[in-house]
Design a protein around this ligand. Structure first.
Ligand code: ADP
Ligand code: SF4
Length: 700
């Protein structure tokens, strides 16, 4: 297949001040939980992006000084010359493929808690520090502090030039950087020349741009990353005012990089925002400046990207998540390999790395974060180590990824799936409200399997132990997934939840998903307009989407969670606030810090999470989203008949994914890939579970 002529425009060069981008693909700055702590891993991840065709590959936030230490989050650092070797490694790797290296210099003001450096936090006015309920305030910067900040920024820019970056960002984005606090009418309460009018509030931004340009030109270009809107109306950063500010300094930088604030709005998940959702906010900016403009919006469709350029909305297509899910997105478009594109599903698992201070992972791209430490590559994989076939049982995310990657390695694959569709949990869950994009996990792998040619897929093929022994296939991998438990066992109730004999049997999310597949909640187990209690002892998205769907079906829903808020873990995917709001908007009653203790006829017994004080609430039906039970029966039976393997040519039987230990879709995809990578590796090596680690040099 060749590239559609309509997409040629995406491969034009773009001049950005003194440098030239070889095409219009811009890997926007994104955090990765590796940063300054894992410099080899970080540099190799960025190299792969450059190899995949991104003309500009940017760093994450790079702290310019110890007073902007954002630990425990792991970002880049350019505090002093000792940081240069790691940054040089990064630029070298990006330059290997002819891409430009961008560095997002930042001072995060009140968002920098300085837990490591122990420096006081700073802000435009005196405010509490950000990041939760923290009894510490940030100092209002006086004029000398501002001069000092400018000096640090200038020094960092000089170092960035020494490290051979081609593009230096002045960061005014996301209501995170100190510059955005100066710009903000909400936080800037100053009465000096840095406060009051938009011109005054933008003074620091103007100074930083001018000083960075002075340092950077002619070696490197200067970009301004600015939030166009904070989505809270006139009280916050808003489009009209930001347009006014941009117009007033339109020709100062070499590139305008547009985003939304806060970060949760900018990187909204697919459950809450569609591809291109930022377009209304950014579409008029190009009219204000002759300089190139870049924006983001989870763009994965080449037609849409080309249209944005043709319509004069953007000059460069910015992408963080699409570049994580598919580091080779530009090259695939360039070569017309559209069917190979691995589209981001907008789940925000990648964001959790930043919140949990651990290396980034991605649901769609299991190689993300493993480029250096395990040597995995998103497009390439070692050729097979033997000519033995592999039987993959179960076509959920784990089984599909194992089959795809093994197939790519050249193994003959037999994939057996019990149901009448591929995809396992993602096929079921994608029918739930807001989760449609999850089907991309299946569709990408299905398309790849179709192309590989050495994989045979059998639907409606529930295999039993005897079948597998009979097939005599040397390697067997069981990826049979898991089921939501019916007994209420979970973190809060390790022994389960008792159900009175005359009570209606509780439902599980699997039951509700079957109803969703039939597009109706009306059946014997759930009367019309019922009072439904949804018990969330899982804390990810499931209970909340179930509550959302049931409310949409006309039921009166009470959502009960042992945590302090709905879908508590989704704080790490930046969805929690949106989820709680949506449930409340739908009229769902939310009960937090409460534990389900008993299910009785027409009611449920709840206990206060602190006092254990009991109360009874009306509930016709209870849905239990607690723990899940691995479907490992097949594996256990095969182990029990291990003595029969030899005679039947079976060498190994492995268990992966949710059938091994239930977790996220990202975990299942990862385990599928790991199996495919390791299946013919030395067993000792695999058992040790080792990967390359970054070591601290004790001599320095
Ligand atoms: P994971 O997330 O680990 O991939 P899923 O639950 O998404 O797990 O997928 C498991 C798949 O395995 C489901 O599609 C299920 O129908 C299938 N399956 C379960 N038991 C068998 C079996 N005995 N034979 C074939 N397929 C099975
Ligand atoms: Fe996209 Fe999810 Fe991967 Fe992030 S983790 S890049 S949102 S698929």
């Amino acid at each position: 297949m060749s590239r559609a002529p309509a997409h040629d425009i995406l491969f034009e060069e773009v001049a950005i001040g003194p440098v030239v981008a070889r095409n219009r693909f811009y890997q926007a700055p994104h955090c990765n939980g590796m940063g300054h702590l894992h410099p080899n891993a970080c540099a190799e991840m960025r190299r792969v992006k450059a190899e995949g065709g991104w003309a500009i590959v940017c760093t994450e936030e790079v702290e310019i000084h110890p007073s902007t230490d954002v630990s425990p989050h792991i970002e880049g650092r350019i505090w002093d010359d000792a940081d240069l070797p790691a940054l040089r490694l990064l630029t070298e790797k990006i330059h290997l493929h002819g891409s430009l290296a961008g560095i997002e210099l930042t001072h995060n003001g009140p968002h920098a808690l300085n837990l490591y450096s122990r420096a006081p936090s700073r802000n435009v006015s005196d405010t509490p520090v950000f990041g939760g309920h923290i009894p510490v305030q940030a100092r209002r910067m006086d004029k000398e502090d501002i001069r000092e900040l400018r000096r640090w920024h200038r020094d960092a820019a000089k170092r960035a030039i020494e490290a051979e970056f081609d593009l230096i960002h002045v960061y005014a984005g996301h209501a995170l950087s100190i510059v955005s606090f100066f710009l903000s009418r909400k936080y800037n309460r100053r009465s000096d020349e840095y406060g009051g009018s938009p011109e005054n509030r933008a003074r620091l931004l103007r100074e930083l741009i001018e000083e960075t340009v002075e340092v950077a030109h002619p070696r490197a270009a200067v970009a301004v990353r600015i939030a166009v809107d904070e989505l809270i109306g006139k009280e916050g950063t808003h489009k009209e005012e930001v347009e006014e500010i941009i117009e007033s300094m339109a020709e100062l930088p070499d590139l305008w990089d547009l985003s939304l604030a806060e970060w949760a709005n900018d990187s909204a998940s697919a459950r809450f925002q569609e591809e291109g959702f930022q377009e209304p906010y950014i579409r008029d900016i190009k009219k204000l400046t002759s300089k190139p403009v870049v924006g983001v919006g989870r763009y994965t469709t080449p037609d849409r990207m080309a249209r944005l350029v043709r319509d004069g909305v953007l000059d460069l297509i910015g992408a963080a998540r699409p570049s994580i899910a598919d580091p080779f997105l530009p090259r695939k478009i360039e070569e017309g390999r559209y069917e190979d594109i691995r589209e981001c599903i907008g789940c925000n698992i990648c964001v959790t790395g930043d919140f949990l201070a651990a290396p980034i992972r991605c649901t769609q791209n299991p190689t993300m974060g493993e480029e250096w430490r395990r040597g995995w590559h998103p497009e390439n994989i070692r050729k097979r180590g033997s000519d033995k076939s592999v039987l993959v049982v179960g076509a959920g995310p784990a089984g599909l990824e194992a089959a795809r990657a093994l197939g790519q390695r050249g193994y003959e694959i037999i994939l057996a799936e019990a149901s009448d569709e591929l995809g396992g949990r993602v096929a079921r869950e994608a029918r739930l409200p807001g989760l449609a994009s999850y089907i991309r996990v299946r569709d990408h792998r299905k398309l790849q399997l179709d192309q590989i040619g050495n994989a045979s897929c059998y639907l409606q093929s529930r295999l039993a132990c005897g079948d597998i022994l009979e097939y005599q296939i040397p390697r067997v991998v069981i990826a049979t997934g898991c089921m939501w438990r019916r007994d209420g066992v979970g973190a809060s109730n390790p022994l389960g939840v008792p159900v009175d004999e005359d009570a209606r049997a509780p439902l599980t999310p699997d039951d509700v998903m079957s109803m969703v597949a039939k597009k109706s909640s009306e059946n014997d187990s759930l009367p019309a307009n019922a009072r439904v209690l949804v018990w969330d002892d899982d804390h990810y998205y499931m209970a909340s989407v179930i509550a959302e769907w049931l409310a949409g079906q006309g039921h009166s829903v009470c959502y009960v969670t042992s945590a302090g808020e709905a879908s508590a873990w989704t704080r790490n995917t930046m969805e929690q606030h949106f989820i709680q709001k949506r449930l409340l908007d739908l009229g769902v009653e939310i009960r937090s810090n409460v534990i389900l203790r008993r299910i009785s006829k027409g009611e449920a017994e709840l206990a206060c999470g602190f006092t254990d004080r009991r109360e009874r609430v009306g509930a016709d039906v209870v849905v239990l989203a607690g723990a899940r039970a691995p479907e490992d029966k097949l594996f256990v039976e095969l182990q029990e008949r291990k003595d029969e393997w030899g005679g039947r040519g079976i060498e190994a039987v492995d268990l992966i994914g949710d059938a091994f230990a239930p977790a996220t879709v990202a975990h299942a995809v990862y385990e599928g890939r790991r199996y495919a990578e390791e299946t013919d590796m030395d067993e000792e090596e695999i058992r040790a579970g080792l990967f390359r680690r970054e070591r601290i040099d004790l001599r320095s």
